[in-house]
Ligand binder design. Structure first.
Ligand SMILES: Cc1cc2nc3c(=O)[nH]c(=O)nc-3n(C[C@H](O)[C@H](O)[C@H](O)COP(=O)(O)OP(=O)(O)OC[C@H]3O[C@@H](n4cnc5c(N)ncnc54)[C@H](O)[C@@H]3O)c2cc1C
Length: 393
């Protein structure tokens, strides 16, 4: 057996997800992309097979198998269908506020239902005027008679209209900048809450991306996550742990594209031999494989760090680097996969154009690649490496 970073138990669970992906999700992928319909059948499959549980601890009904394996599961599903991989990544994204900042009561009320997949989750930070600069948000929440009243809107929210629970960030003190932001759990049937519209997108077509409107939306005071004013910090802690989910989606797309291009290049003949034997194509395949494996190294390192329980502040840079490299590799590799298939790469009969369209979003959401670079550089500037230069004349 080839060398593998996963333990025997982790390999068995990966095999389970891989088989489900190959046998049950792959045959649906092109249809999900073409229909632009949210794949509830895939959600059902994840529920039946306990796949959502891979993201949760045993005490709330999960498998307790840790971060690395959860990332591997997103990767495996995304190899065949990035929309389906995103369902897993966003269940984690939308649950992290509870995991990291929820009270015992809030966690007990929601985590078991999220672990089983009975309820789908969403994370609502971005607004029309505030994406990268999320602290510039304008949605407000004011106290009123033991409740909060939310007014404003959120843009580009994944799982809009299919989620039962939204983690929503709003300003409880609009004059206090970052320190004036708080986080709330908002149920989909909260009065004054509605999904105003859904976007038509380039890729991940089966995933819903929508605008949320809060018009005097009332939520109980007990739905606030953590103390008032801690929402921005919580939003960033969530992203440190969720970005690797996007990285895993990107990695899966890159590997899926590489595998498909390899098989194609083995059999497509030009000038008397398979194109894989033309050196320019062989070089592309070698670069695709090498970049994808390098990206996997960074991502799995994050998973191992999280499972080893390293201090939270060490995760920030590791997470951003994994997201940056996996996203960029997915875009490069899928573009090359289209090139290897030539004209067949450009038409919908073959999956690589879908891989290329799906790859693009991994460079944009959960912080653009530019934002990842800002995060990495900021963390580097906190580090001291002067000792390395001590002996340099
Ligand atoms: C399909 C989809 C799903 C999404 N899902 C969610 C979700 O579930 N929840 C959620 O909260 N959000 C979600 N988003 C929003 C996403 O995270 C934002 O679109 C993203 O963070 C970028 O924000 P923006 O679109 O406002 O771009 P802007 O912030 O306006 O950025 C525009 C460009 O300027 C660059 N830029 C901005 N600031 C700087 C800077 N300081 N230095 C250098 N370059 C800079 C950016 O990198 C980008 O290239 C989703 C978006 C999409 C398209």
């Amino acid at each position: 057996m080839p060398w593998d970073v996963l333990s025997e138990e982790q390999r068995e669970l990966r095999e389970l997800v891989r088989t489900l992906a190959r046998e049950r999700i792959a045959p649906r992928a092109a249809e999900i992309d073409a229909s632009h319909e949210f794949p509830w059948d895939v959600v059902e499959l994840f529920r039946d097979q306990g796949i959502f549980g891979l993201f949760f601890d045993e005490e709330v009904g999960g498998t307790g198998t840790g971060t690395l394996l959860s990332l591997v599961s997103i990767e495996e599903v995304s190899k065949v269908c990035a929309t389906s991989g995103l369902i897993l990544a966003v269940q984690e994204l939308g649950s992290l506020g509870l995991k990291l900042g929820g009270s015992d009561e809030q966690r007990a009320a929601w985590l078991p239902r999220l672990a089983s997949g009975e309820v789908l989750a969403a994370y609502a930070l971005t607004e029309a005027g505030s994406g990268s600069d999320s602290a510039a948000m304008r949605t407000v929440a004011r106290r009123d008679n033991g409740e909060y009243v939310l007014d404003g809107s959120k843009r580009f929210i994944t799982n809009a209209g299919v989620a039962g629970l939204y983690t929503v960030f709003a300003k409880t003190d609009p004059d206090a900048g970052h320190a004036g932001i708080s986080a709330f759990l908002v149920e989909s049937d909260a009065p004054g809450f509605e999904v105003a519209r859904l976007e038509e997108k380039m890729g991940i077509a089966g995933s819903t991306t929508g605008e949320l409107v809060f018009d005097g939306c009332r939520v109980p005071e007990a739905s606030r996550l953590g103390p008032e004013g801690t929402g921005f910090r919580l939003a960033m802690r969530i992203l440190d742990r969720s970005r690797p989910g996007v990285a895993a989606q990107a990695l899966g797309i890159a590997q899926g594209a590489t595998d498909y291009a390899l098989e194609y290049a083995r059999t497509r003949e030009t000038m008397g031999k398979p194109i894989a034997q033309h050196q320019l194509i062989a070089a592309k395949l070698a670069d695709m494989e090498t970049k994808t494996e390098a990206a996997r190294g960074l991502l799995y390192r994050f998973g191992q760090m999280a499972d080893a329980g390293v201090p939270e502040e060490e995760l920030t840079k590791a997470s951003a680097m994994a997201k940056l490299l996996c996203g960029d590799v997915a875009m490069e590799v899928t573009t090359e996969a289209v090139q290897i298939l030539g004209g067949y790469g450009y038409v919908k009969e073959y999956p690589v154009e879908r891989f290329m369209r799906d790859a693009k979003i991994t460079q944009i959401y959960e912080g653009t690649q530019e934002v990842q670079r800002l995060v990495i550089a900021r963390e580097m500037l906190k580090e001291s490496r002067a000792f390395l230069l001590a002996g340099v004349a």
